[in-house]
Design a binder for this molecule. Sequence first.
Ligand code: ME8
Length: 655
Amino acid sequence: MPKFYLTTAIDYVNSRPHLGTAYEKIAADVIARYKRLCGVETRFMMGNDEHSQNVFQRARELNKEPLAFCDEMESAFREVWRRLDISFDDFIRTTESRHRVAVTTLVSRIAEAGDIYEGFYEGWYCVSCEAFKQEKDLIDGKCTVHQKSPDWIKEKNYFFRLSRYQERLRSHYEQHPAFLEPQSRRNEILRLIEAGLEDISVSRTGQSWGIPLPSDPESVVYVWVDALINYASAVGYGVDDSLFEKWWPADLHVIGKDITRFHCVVWPAMLMSAGLSLPRQVFGHGWVHWQGQKMSKSLGTVVDPLEAADRLGPDPLRFYLAKEIAFGQDGDFTWERFRDRYNVDLANNFGNLVSRVVSMAHRYRQGRLIVPAREPGPLASIATDTVSAYRRAMDGYALQQGIEAVLSLVDATNEYIATVEPWAVAKDPTRSDELDRQLCDMAESVRIAATLLSPVMPSACREVLGRVGTVAVGDSVDELDLDRDGVWATLPGAERCLVKGPALWPRLEEGVLTMNENADQQPVPEKKEPVSVVAETPSSDASEEPLISIDEFFKVELRVGRVVLAEAIPKSKKLLRLEVETGSGIRQIVSGIAKSYTPESLVGRHVVYVANLKPAKLMGIESNGMVLAATDVNGEAVLIEPEDVPRAPAGSEVK
Ligand code: ME8
């Protein structure tokens, strides 16, 4: 069985994860889940980088022992990763003894190779980067990443003969053009190597927080050297030879572009010196930007990933980050864009398709589809091409393109439904076989789309697969296998039971997720309650909802009203403001029927409305009630009107 060892950068724990660090873990998780979907034995490793001065200082500020503080932060990090559904196989902390053994062993091997010597360092050091800086790295005397003035330090240091590896590194890049992706990063690093490498400090003196240098326990190993070795210690280096032999070298290190130099110059040179194989590939992803600059804890420009996941769900967040930020490039996060993409891609597109397919299967076939002996329709070949395009993209870590490929299958399926009009076919009993074929093909298309999107949205796709009758709801997507499940199923006679459920991604109205750009950079939700859902797509029958008693039903006061005024609400595509004559006065109701009715067509019409609903504000306008409408197969609203208006004028009770 092929295998794949994948790592992310290990995080400094001086503060909690933010959306930028979470982006990296989500992207790596999509890759890990994709590999597993392809049947590859995968080891996905994450962890915490604890021997940083920042961590030590933060613990002191909080009056805590550094290790106790790191223990607390481990729980906080694990909780965030759990809530974002990150499927790491192991989690390493640099204060663990397995790591200490690995660092001691590897640094000793480098020393034995004659590559460590004693010297003296006088120069700049940026604690936020944990990096020695040269004048040329600073702008206006400040570190360009953290915009802070570095410290001037003078201390005894041990140096690593990095310069000795310049030629070997250059030839490694030549022989392994894919060692560092994307290509722009590779060019940057090659220029750096060709400009000449200087030896680097690998120890710090006068510090107690760290792993003692084997040759001089008065010094500690420089935190970056310590941290890089985690990739080896996580698979047993120096502790468990058979584990190490099985997994080393790593297939892919996923890291941010700011730390490529450490991973693509220092780390390979350390491995060369210690006589170990080099990782097969390093991918330097871009930054998540917030208001035009890198989201960063030291700059204080962060969004809490749990806040984002709580708003719309972890799957929509994973989807947004993987689709909207091309892997390898920088990309923006804004609350407005997050909401808009959610509405367009998930609520209106994929979610709506799932609802329509399930709804039609129930309307025309009681939810039970039997694959007919007829040839599959045009969706079969589109789906097959989609699977190939998806594989090509995902194999090259073009996550965005992989997702786009699946969305094009979703679009094609929506278009197919609009073209073949199953509702018209259903009216003709002689075309029953044709309808069976159409329903099966649509369901099959949704199944393939959900299978392919499962690495991105594991829990939502499990739900979708359950609804189209392929995975018992509750089963995990971990059992999926792309070779088997990414193939269009054509077995005549096979049965599939589709399951109804509530809207997967209820559409959000404008204003539900807004951001006060000038406030303390935290989202300002208008309300925490369920978001306003208008013109819901057809979903479940009353028979599937929990039953209510007649007394409960009578609590709802339904009345006939007559629309006397209707007007559009600025900036809302869905809402109309209605004034409704109730028999005893005029009442203002905001209704989500703008897509189905023009304001003019409503004036003078009789409607049924809920009269005892608590007032609510929609787009800042108070609504005193709710107009009732059915939804047709396309999700359009169809108003409920009394059949005989003169006998049931405005004010009449409806039971
Ligand atoms: O660098 N967008 O830890 P860290 C995207 N401990 N990625 C971002 C980001 C943003 N706005 N901000 C940070 C460290 N990252 C070291 C790594 S590995 C041996 C040691 C990425 O907590 C960053 O590039 O500062 C890095 O890959 C990861 O988050 C952890 O950053």
